[in-house]
Design a protein around this ligand. Structure first.
Ligand code: ADP
Ligand code: 5GP
Length: 203
């Protein structure tokens, strides 16, 4: 029996997590995206219950204050609250699905302290290119873009805390790298051993 794996993916805003994950998850069965709760407003095209659970600050606090906390991790990021539902993640893992958490560096630290997870950091090729992509996305006001870029420098210094680093220069190469990491981690020997023996069907 192989064990389901929690994966963490982080990057500065505009680093490419959403774009890469959409492509990777479309072609890889058995892995699900963890839908976070957030107090930020939906962007055009984002759907409640698919991209995020969009909640009020009161609703967020109510989940956070449950005992034990309804969130496996939560953080204030770029002036909004974000959190990962404990029961959602536990249920998915119990069902045997690998789960991918798109969370910031503060949340990643909390998850790594709580459970054994595989972490991937996506970095842009440069800060100039990050700014170009973030502005090009056109989903944030000038004020929000400035805040996210200011936070990016600090977030990039956390890259060394992650198991894997993927530079998102060419999109197709970054997608292939993330896909390869997920597939390789699934094949690690320790995940496929019950007790001490590995049974290979060799005749
Ligand atoms: P994040 O989810 O990390 O905030 P996005 O996936 O929304 O980032 O990407 C930010 C913007 O950059 C989007 O408009 C996306 O299309 C673009 N983008 C992502 N990766 C690349 C890439 N390798 N080359 C050019 N543009 C990219
Ligand atoms: P965005 O608003 O661009 O969707 O996300 C902003 C940041 O919040 C990103 O770094 C993203 O990874 C992070 N984020 C999204 N969901 C969660 C979550 O549940 N917990 C934490 N800690 N960060 C999250």
């Amino acid at each position: 029996m192989s064990k389901a794996i929690p994966f963490i993916i982080s990057s500065p805003s505009g680093g490419g997590k959403t774009t890469i994950l959409k492509k990777v998850l479309a072609g890889l069965p058995g892995i699900v995206f963890s839908i976070s709760h957030t107090t930020r407003s939906p962007r055009p095209g984002e759907v409640n219950g698919r991209d995020y659970y969009f909640v009020t600050e009161e609703e967020f606090i109510a989940v956070r204050e449950q005992t034990p906390s309804g969130f496996i991790e939560w953080a204030r990021v770029h002036d909004n609250f974000y959190g990962t539902s404990r029961s959602d993640v536990e249920m998915r893992l119990k069902e045997g699905a690998d789960v991918i958490l798109d969370i910031d560096i503060q949340g990643a630290r909390q998850v790594k302290d709580a459970i054994e997870a595989v972490s991937i950091f996506i970095a842009p090729p440069s800060l100039t290119e990050l700014e170009r992509r973030l502005r090009g996305r056109g989903t944030e006001s000038e004020e929000v873009v400035a805040l996210r870029l200011a936070n990016a420098r600090r977030e990039l210094t956390a890259a060394a805390e992650y198991d894997y680093l993927v530079i998102n220069d060419s999109l197709s190469e970054a997608v292939e790298m993330v896909r390869s990491i997920l597939i390789s981690e699934r094949s690690r020997k320790r995940r496929n051993i019950d007790g001490n023996s590995v049974e290979l069907n060799i005749s």
